[in-house]
Design a protein around this ligand. Structure first.
Ligand code: KIV
Ligand code: ZN
Length: 519
């Protein structure tokens, strides 16, 4: 059944790659966006907003690449209500078998007066013109009333009716600044159903921001009032305090089907994997007590709770960890496990690796199994994510070779060896701490202008022999680039994550400005 023929089916519109990427510091490169888009499609997300093609050539290329690759999900591009924007967006999404143009303009008095400096009549004309123009490229056009929740009801109704008459199939009402309160927002949606005569010809959508922590509550109130598309992001990523979190919307609908009798097409068992991928690639950690995907979301500390759980899981668990793809930390393989078992386990975790990547991941797994008594599923996932996050061999100018660190109460020293453009080079550097010494050593061997804006460590599993997953973010020419690495040695992971980020900076520079190649 297609989402629009079943009245209780909620269309999940993911905007992690567009609104999510607008979070300061969350920018992703083309390969990273493609990886997320593919996972979202596999997960059953209906519409994937892949970017804002007019914003930059990088955005355009990413949307185009995603449009070329995805097969089943609708690929959507955002555009302002301007002809040039719409044409660029249409060009970017053209290769997708299912494609949507999402065009928007502000409709609130505040935005029209100060941001657009346009009268309501001018905005009204622009709504119709932009939707008609978008319809000349695709039948699937979405129109958004930016700052919709603060728009005069009469004007909102007029614009919605006009947008549908001009050909919009989806009408989106954003709570752009996260100002709405659930019952009030639900009433706006109900008002539209009561007053807009042609609303039955479109799907009503909502897009809620989380400035007051109410994005999910507002979106669910809108669903109860008749909205059938929800715009959301993995981990609630997005402008300022973020958007409604996809995992919270989907699991609220699944868990409280008794009260909210709506379905989605999302395979909820893939939620944890999607959350981890987005967190690793953006360098945005998930707070431990975050609903659904936080590290503590299914942890029970209090003895009284544990006792209840042992007697009956439902005493303290409203959904199972398995339903979001979280399995008990299982020891999966040991150092005697062979290639075949490794390949099967990697597949069972949902990864498809090419022969070379699989061979390299297997080599690293053996090394890990030598160091670590027990290799858990999380270790394998971190190792494979890490392998996938490494640059294409041959594109990397820098390769990590060796590291020795002396640290303690005396001056920390890092002895580092890198292979740079095929030549082995070594240096000893001191710093304020071991990580500082390592990063100074890298900058000494390969001077560069990119500066460090984030250094983050997270333990993959529990115990002192756990792998450390390190994210390093470098800022270069106004863009940020993340490098990641997992290793049982936090300092080795730190050095490799920095080298990984630096290689990405160099690849990006090579692609955008050949003249700026030297560091
Ligand atoms: O928050 C907002 O209003 C938006 C629109 C472009 C849909 O992101
Ligand atoms: Zn938004």
């Amino acid at each position: 059944m297609t989402p629009t023929t079943d009245n209780n089916r909620i269309i999940i519109f993911d905007t992690t790659l567009r609104d999510g990427e607008q979070s300061p510091g969350a920018s992703m490169d083309l390969e990273e966006k493609l990886k997320i888009a593919q996972l979202l499609e596999e997960m059953g997300v209906d519409v994937i907003e892949a970017g804002f093609p007019i914003a930059s050539n990088g955005d355009f290329e990413a949307v185009r690449h995603i449009a070329t690759t995805l097969k089943t999900a609708v690929v959507c591009g955002l555009s302002r209500a301007a002809r040039g924007d719409i044409e660029r967006c249409a060009e970017a999404i053209a290769p997708a078998p299912r494609r949507r143009i999402h065009t928007f303009i502000s409709t609130s008095p505040l935005h029209m007066k100060y941001k657009l400096q346009m009268t309501a009549d001018q905005v009204y004309e622009r709504v119709q013109d932009s939707v008609r123009h978008a319809r000349s490229f695709t039948d699937d056009v979405e129109w958004s009333a930016e700052d919709g929740s603060r728009t005069e009801p009469d004007f909102l109704c007029r614009c919605v009716e006009a947008a549908i008459r001009a050909g919009a199939r989806t009408i989106n009402i954003p709570d752009t600044v996260g100002y709405a309160i659930p019952d009030e927002f639900g009433a706006v949606i109900a008002m539209l159903f009561n007053r807009v005569p042609n609303l039955d010809q479109a799907v009503l959508s909502v897009h809620c921001h989380n400035d007051l922590g109410l994005a999910v509550a507002n979106a669910l109130a809108a669903v109860q009032a008749g909205a059938r598309q929800v715009e959301c992001t993995i981990n609630g990523l997005g402008e300022r305090a973020g958007n409604a979190a996809l995992e919270e919307i989907v699991m609220a609908l699944r868990t409280r089907f008794d009260h909210l009798p709506f379905t989605t097409g999302v395979k909820t068992e893939m939620i944890t994997r999607a959350s981890k991928l987005v967190s690793v690639l953006t360098g945005f950690p998930v707070q431990p007590n975050k609903a659904i995907v936080g590290a503590n979301a299914f942890a029970h500390e209090a003895g009284i709770h544990q006792d209840g759980l042992l007697k009956h899981a439902a005493t303290y668990e409203i959904m199972t960890p398995e339903s979001v793809g979280l399995s008990q930390s299982k020891i999966v393989l040991g150092k005697h496990s062979g290639r075949h078992a490794f390949r099967e386990k990697v597949r069972a975790l949902g990864y498809e690796l090419g022969d070379n990547a699989l061979e390299e991941a297997f080599r690293r797994f053996k090394a890990l199994a030598d160091k670590k008594k027990e290799v858990f599923e999380e270790d394998l996932a971190a190792l494979v994510d890490d392998e996938l996050a490494q640059g294409t061999p041959g594109e990397e100018r820098l390769r990590f070779s060796l590291l020795e660190v002396v640290c303690g109460s005396r001056q920390p020293t890092a002895d580092l060896e890198l292979v740079i453009d095929g030549v082995t080079r070594r240096v000893r550097a001191t710093g304020n701490g071991p990580v500082d010494a390592i990063f100074i050593a890298i900058r000494t061997l390969f001077p560069h202008e990119a500066h460090l804006s984030l250094y983050q460590v997270h333990a993959v599993t529990q115990g002192t022999d756990a792998q450390a997953e390190v994210t390093v973010r470098l800022e270069d020419g106004g863009r940020s680039v993340n490098g990641c690495c997992a290793d049982t040695d936090t300092l080795v992971a730190s050095a490799r994550a920095y080298v990984n980020a630096l290689n990405r900076v160099l690849v990006r520079r090579e692609k955008t400005a050949p003249a700026a190649l030297s560091a």
